[in-house]
Design a protein around this ligand. Sequence first.
Ligand code: DLL
Length: 433
Amino acid sequence: MEKYWNKNMECATRDEMRALQSFRLSQTVRRVYENVPYYRERMEKAGVTPDDIHSVDDLKKLPFTMKQDLRDTYPYGLFAVPMDQVVRLHASSGTTGKQIVVGYTQNDLDVWAECCARALTAAGADNKDFMHVSYGYGLFTGGLGLHGGAEKVGMTVIPVSTGNTNRQINIIKDFGSTFICCTPSYALYLAETMEEMGITKDDIKLKAGLFGAEPWTEEMRQEIESKLGLKAFDIYGLTEIIGPGVAFECSEQTGMHINEDNFIAETIDPDTGEVLPEGEQGEIVFTCITKEAFPLLRYRTRDIGILKREKCSCGRTLIKMMKPAGRSDDMLIIRGVNVFPSQVESVLLQLGNTAPYYQLIVDRVDNTDTLEIQVEISPEMFSDTVKSLEDQEKIIKNAIDSTLGISAKIRLVEPKTIQRTEGKAVRVIDKRK
Ligand code: DLL
């Protein structure tokens, strides 16, 4: 039996949801127009006023908001309430550029906890479960975001944060954690460390995990599930919109339901800004329609994804986004060809014989882009003959070249060579920059 946290919202009819979205959108636009001079100026320039926004169909009249707008108004220029109503700040540095700051009212924190509570409930959690939170606590939204959701569900929350992997495993074992959340790459590192400590999946009680904050493939899901003995669910979000819980997976596991009563999603052509029909791949854009302190309008996420509204066996009617292939700014252009690190991950894990650790090293030699892929081999392979390693290298090279459409140099490296991370994995080193 599928469990819901808020069945009214998660299973609303299309008409009910659209009416609610339209109402909330027009209210948010008016509030933002009245309280945020930056937005008012942008809207005036675009020739729109709140009186032009009556329904979701009018969304396209509004200008986009970009990360640069957040930087230009740093730190509080886009806040829509006085600071005495702001009870929490979070920040995100990203890999490049100045950090951005976001704020929450008490009501925003409640909305956020509800979004995460829906995700946890969809993964099967209830108040009898123990929740091990290995996302970082602090300015990063992962730790405190899922913490709030788990408390709302009434789970016994274990706020471990990142670090000291051996200790984390002892806690999972001794405290009887049944749920865990961390990045998918850290989940694998936990599995690897567990093996070194001689602890098997039968010694722990984990039954499900919520993994996100970075792209990961179906193959990686299978790897995590078999090594940790749990069911792995995807969870998506970004600091600018609220944090984790913007979208979450249900038992069907064919995409993530977007919490549409709080965030309206669109896909656009990243080059022209044109809105694409549902089902077409494009850049995902979100508009917050319940946030008080930091309600972004038409925020361009840079995440490349597909929106699908199909009947889901879980009973939820919330639109789904397919696993993002990656970010348009993570996408590498190598000799003119678009390459996502997730394509490499998928090939490697399908082939087997390698550990799920890899890094793409891109450089420019004599004006030509080069791509080297360092791949960790499994400890079993490591003890093989040179000949069989060479054969393996060839097999990987052929598979990678035909998937990516460009030629890559494959370098097999010893187990444990590629650095493990507690947060988001570093998949690319681009020396051209
Ligand atoms: O990563 C929030 C989060 C925490 C999500 C914990 C899920 C779990 P940021 O640090 O602002 O926030 O990074 C947001 O991470 O735009 C995507 O590019 C990427 N991302 C997040 N979740 C997923 C996912 C958090 N499930 C950026 N799959 C987003 C693929 C994801 N990419």
